[in-house]
Design a binder for this molecule. Sequence first.
Ligand SMILES: C[C@@H](O)CC(=O)SCCNC(=O)CCNC(=O)[C@H](O)C(C)(C)COP(=O)(O)OP(=O)(O)OC[C@H]1O[C@@H](n2cnc3c(N)ncnc32)[C@H](O)[C@@H]1OP(=O)(O)O
Length: 706
Amino acid sequence: MEKTFNLSRREDGIAVLTMDVPGETMNTLRSEFGPEISEVLSEIKADASIKGLVLVSGKKDSFVAGADISMLDACETAADAKLLSQQGHVVFNELESLSIPVVAAINGACLGGGLELALACHKRVCSLNPKTMMGVPEVQLGLLPGGGGTQRLPRLVGVTTALDMMLTGKQLRPKQALRMGLVDDAVPESILLRTAVEMALAGKRPAKKKKQSLINKLLEGTSAGRNIIFDQAGKQVAKKTQGNYPAPAKIIDCVRQGMTKGMEKGLEVEASHFADLVMSKESESLRSIFFATTEMKKETGAGDVKPRDINKVMVLGGGLMGGGIASVTTTKAKIPARVKDISETGLSNALSYAYKLLDKGVKRRHMTPAVRDNLMALMTTTTEYKGIKDADIVVEAVFEDLSLKHQMVKDVERECGEHTIFASNTSSLPIGQIAQAASRPENVIGLHYFSPVEKMPLVEVIAHEKTSAETIATTVAFAKKQGKTPIVVQDGAGFYVNRILALYMNEAAQLLLEGQSVEHLDKALVKFGFPVGPMTLLDEVGIDVGAKISPILESELGERFKAPAAFDKLLADDRKGRKNGKGFYVYGGKKKTKEVDQTVYSVLGLKPGVDTEAAEVAQRCVVQMLNEAVRCLEEKIIACPRDGDIGAIFGIGFPPFLGGPFHYIDTLGADNLVKILESYQARYGSRFEPADTLKQMSIDGTRFFS
Ligand SMILES: C[C@@H](O)CC(=O)SCCNC(=O)CCNC(=O)[C@H](O)C(C)(C)COP(=O)(O)OP(=O)(O)OC[C@H]1O[C@@H](n2cnc3c(N)ncnc32)[C@H](O)[C@@H]1OP(=O)(O)O
């Protein structure tokens, strides 16, 4: 069998151990490597000519991407998972105990178990390659660093920094890693190996201690101080996770126990907590998201049809969405974008949108001012159709007005090339209706972004019946270059995400009209696992936007989408939400915490205070979303449950620890969900009528995923 580890000896006495998992694009750690690694370490220990060891990756732009997540998926019991962690401890402890200096030369992704491997080396040097990132993202998989990271990291960079890394899963750039002492040097890739060898030849000198402030010395250097850190971290984690994610608290416990009872105890606790987490439902759901998104990275959205190159983009509309779209085009895809708006104000908005984001990067030392300015130069503006003849795609982000969009289709066909794609960012208008104005309908497609564009990872790519496969493939490729996760959905009012969101929001509105308070509603759904509650979301999206979409959905999809008429009173009272400082909450107030605008109740003629059980409130809203998601699958709006899960999680923050609507339905059981829906149907009416597929699944006892 081809080896993963290859040991080569240099004349200067330094041995180079290259890790290169055969047939894989990334190095990942697997238990099957254990015997091979032990054999290599024994060979090194037995060879007195070896004065030092440098560990490198044989992969281009990638060091080690962590433990093989599919290996974790294969664990059938907690004992299986605990053994994996313990095996890692044995190997890493043996590496760390070598009498010769061991230096990790890191180039590319060094994540999870990969960083834990590097931490077991005596020194670390990384390249300045933009692809070099270091971190322990296990928490994003519902796990914790199970290869000794909860013990070595705090001892290297300090408890506070280590907890921040482990609880957020953040990935550090080379200079960030150097500043915090995670690596001993960061050098150009061309001299990475040479620097590592020199480091090894210099011997096992202790790392330079980072300078610490007095307060930090007291906090980190005393058990009382560390307990303050742990207690604070515990409170922050409890608030952030609402108790829905077990991993963060276990991470804190591993560090606390290790720092108070010693590394051996810490490793023992780490292996035990790691095992529990691998077997947890939450981690299983989060790992399924990783596998789904990794699989989606390879999909073109149109089979084996090749996408056309996108070398120039035009964005119509310099507002909030247009500015965001132009910004991710230039800063992420690094493709020139020309923004057209009817007013200079719109154009300056687009430019300042991009500049603010880039300047934040400069302030955080992620980029230099020169890089910022070069990226800004990719964005140009115009109030006329000039300089766009060679645009490969035009993204329209103007008002939800069909006649206006028809005019733009005609303008683009007149002013641009025959191959130019017209992509509409419409959030509700059927693409087929927009394409009616086109003489080349095969070039018309929907490309629906979510706000804020630079943060929300999802885009919906909406093909109408005449959209060509090449247009789909090109648009999907373009979205991926912008750093987006695209799902291809079929044409229909509200497409997928806004359609399932609409019924969820309508149910929240019904609950409000029944006397639930705004804050109770929001707290209930945040407790369930959403990032924000429905009333906060309505304020953020815009009450007026919701009011505009609802009638379109009702006319196209039926009565169940009818929004409560009482909400018209909000618009009559000029309540649009955050955008005009008047909504369900008070804006611009002096208080730091958000306050409900109590006058909203009088506008709606309500007396709040019913505030029933939060779980019941959340369930009524969530089952509406689940039921409509199933209908979207039935109608082939979404191609598969996987896309439905990713769309809901990445588009509206459906709780990731539940895996998405379809994974959650499997967890609940279709029969149980049908019973809940039917009980609500009896109490609140036909809008809770279970989807046919659900009824059938409850009879057949089937699931969406095996
Ligand atoms: C011991 C404990 O501490 C437990 C752990 O270490 S848990 C694992 C922690 N590591 C991670 O969470 C990193 C997961 N990987 C990524 O984030 C990304 O893959 C990347 C940033 C490393 C690279 O991204 P990108 O350049 O976009 O490449 P792909 O995501 O497409 O990945 C390329 C192929 O590598 C496979 N892969 C990557 N990481 C892992 C992993 N940890 N386990 C298993 N497989 C992994 C990925 O599936 C792709 O495989 P394919 O055959 O090309 O489909």
